[in-house]
Design a protein around this ligand. Structure first.
Ligand code: CIR
Length: 267
């Protein structure tokens, strides 16, 4: 267990969207996002992050990688160090080579995942343990190799399942505070959050489960009024953010940043 709340961050890395983001991967075609729309959502996200108290390192767009705005997937970051992952989608594998130099500049310890496949979207960091969801992007070999890397950073971890057809573990859940998880009903039914208080997403608003707690605020997709009302009533300081365009390429709020608490920085 670490000493500070798992949602206490003072540093993030984001990457500007490329014009090629309109070709981002998607499971189901609900129309392509527009570059301008994604850029506006990304800008608002970055503003909200800064208002929440983090210092942002903004990386330049990568035209060759349509999904590279989703920096959460090729790496994991912690106060103790970073892990360069092995993304499970063929078009995203080389995003690691693009982000690794920044991580090596910013972290003393950087570990490369040695085997298998794992996406950061499948990893939920809680105060007690790092949960690794098996999915179409994260296989058993990757999850076990990741556990060994996390062990080197002094982090406990365990492997859990992701519902069939759901892109990432965190597509369906997020941390609201150290005791509380926001989850879809379909994931909560797996029983993986038994040690937490659980808040269940209202039926029909499942994509709202990928919310994001950063310091005092919970960022939530603006298209999900019942989830916003539920969290608001529960006393959370909700910041609604538009995710309509990135939602067309299966993304939510956690995917657009790597977040950590840097002890070398005040705040
Ligand atoms: C992909 O399929 O990889 C992107 N279109 C969406 C990635 C979303 N990432 C995340 O939730 N961590």
């Amino acid at each position: 267990m670490t000493s500070r709340p798992a949602y206490h961050f003072n540093s993030i890395i984001v990457r500007e969207p490329s014009r090629s983001v309109v070709d981002g991967l998607r499971a189901e075609d609900r129309g392509s996002p527009t570059y301008e729309g994604v850029k506006a959502e990304h800008d608002a996200y970055l503003t909200a992050m800064r208002e929440a108290g983090v210092k942002a390192t903004v990386l330049p767009p990568l035209e060759g990688f349509p999904d590279s705005i989703f920096v959460e997937d090729p790496a994991l970051v912690f106060t103790e160090g970073a892990i360069v992952l092995r993304p499970g989608a063929a078009t995203r594998v080389q995003e690691t080579e693009e982000i690794a130099p920044t991580l090596r500049e910013m972290f003393e310890t950087v570990i490369d995942l040695p085997a298998g496949y794992a996406d950061g979207g499948d990893v939920l960091t809680t105060r007690e343990s790092v949960m690794i969801g098996l999915s179409a992007r994260t296989d058993r070999a990757g999850a076990e190799a990741l556990r060994a890397c996390l062990d080197k950073l002094g982090r406990k971890s365990h492997v859990v399942a992701t519902p069939e057809g759901v892109l990432h573990f965190k597509t369906d859940c997020s941390l609201l505070d150290d005791e509380t998880i926001l989850s879809t009903n379909r994931l909560a039914r797996f029983g993986v959050f038994k040690t937490f208080r659980q808040m269940i997403i209202p039926e029909g608003e499942e994509p709202a489960a990928n919310a994001l707690r950063v310091n005092d605020v919970v960022m939530v997709g603006a298209d999900f009024p019942r989830t916003i009302e539920m969290l608001d009533k529960a006393g959370y300081n909700v910041v609604p953010l538009k995710t309509t365009e990135i939602g067309k390429i299966d993304a939510g709020l956690s995917c657009m940043s790597l977040r950590w608490f840097d002890c070398g920085q005040a705040g």
